[in-house]
Design a protein around this ligand. Structure first.
Ligand code: SF4
Ligand code: SF4
Length: 255
């Protein structure tokens, strides 16, 4: 099956799973793209994982603005966990589809780290979906170090599938989506977001991890403030009322 036909089949599988945001990066770009090759060292590149990798498929699921406006809350905590599960299951389904077509494929889990305890030791995953999505042309990086997309700003979660299939790929966008408005810098409760664009400005991850841990103890992680306040994206909608937000936020685990 040719690359276009494989892509068509993968898009069909994704639609059946409710996933409409898909990109493809050329696996060779981890060695050649200046930004990614300088940030992602050996071990974290697709061809370290799969030496015959030709393509990396990136799938995304948006985070609903209305839910994010209530964060930190049990509502956002539930959505976050559900979206992560959907992404992991979808990535496995896509990998199995590629394998059934005779290709090699590996689904990379949404969170490639050992939870909060692991993040305290080493606050990074073994594979960066953000950088894969950047190479696929799905968006660009913001001050908050997240991938910003035209449609959802940073309110999208990602997973990847590394494959030997040679698929038509995208390329990094030629304009920056981040306006440098610094809302994410000002609103971070841990003062963890650097006052500079990526990659010069790197989020201080330990501060972010400690905020996440304090919310996790109450059952309302993650924080999400730096993605809630970002003005990029076409997903604006009216916020819930103050009363609804206060009621939802009142549900926390006793600590
Ligand atoms: S998730 Fe919260 S604590 Fe972490 S960087 Fe964003 S705003 Fe700061
Ligand atoms: S809030 Fe402003 S500075 Fe931060 S990522 Fe979004 S556009 Fe960039």
């Amino acid at each position: 099956m040719e690359g276009d036909s494989i892509s068509g089949r993968i898009a069909e599988v994704c639609r059946g799973l409710g996933i409409h945001d898909i990109g493809v990066a050329d696996a060779g770009m981890w060695e050649t793209d200046p930004l990614v090759s300088s940030r992602i060292g050996r071990g974290g590149r697709p061809r370290d994982l799969m030496p015959d990798a030709r393509s990396v498929i990136v799938i995304g699921i948006p985070i609903q603005r209305t839910v994010l406006d209530t964060a930190p809350s049990i509502l956002y905590n539930h959505l976050y966990n559900t979206v992560n599960t959907m992404l992991d299951q979808a990535a496995e389904r896509i990998a199995l589809e590629l394998i059934s077509m005779g290709h090699h494929a590996v689904a990379i889990p949404r969170d490639g780290y050992l939870g909060l305890a692991g993040l305290r030791g080493d606050p990074s995953a073994f594979f960066s979906h953000r950088h894969a999505a950047y190479l696929a042309g799905m968006g660009t990086f913001g001050y908050n170090n997240m991938l910003l997309t035209e449609r959802y700003g940073p309110r999208i979660r990602l997973a990847s599938i590394v494959t030997s299939a040679n698929l038509p790929s995208g390329s990094p966008m030629d304009r920056q989506l981040c306006t440098g408005c610094r809302r994410c810098v000002r609103e971070c409760p841990a003062q963890a977001v650097a006052d500079a664009g990526y990659p010069e400005g790197i989020t201080e991850k330990q501060g972010c991890v400690e905020i996440s841990a304090s919310f996790a103890a109450k059952g309302v992680s993650p924080c999400g403030r730096c993605i809630a306040v970002c003005p990029i994206g076409d997903d604006r909608c009216p916020s819930p009322t103050r009363e609804a937000i206060d009621l939802i936020r009142s549900y926390v685990k006793p600590v």
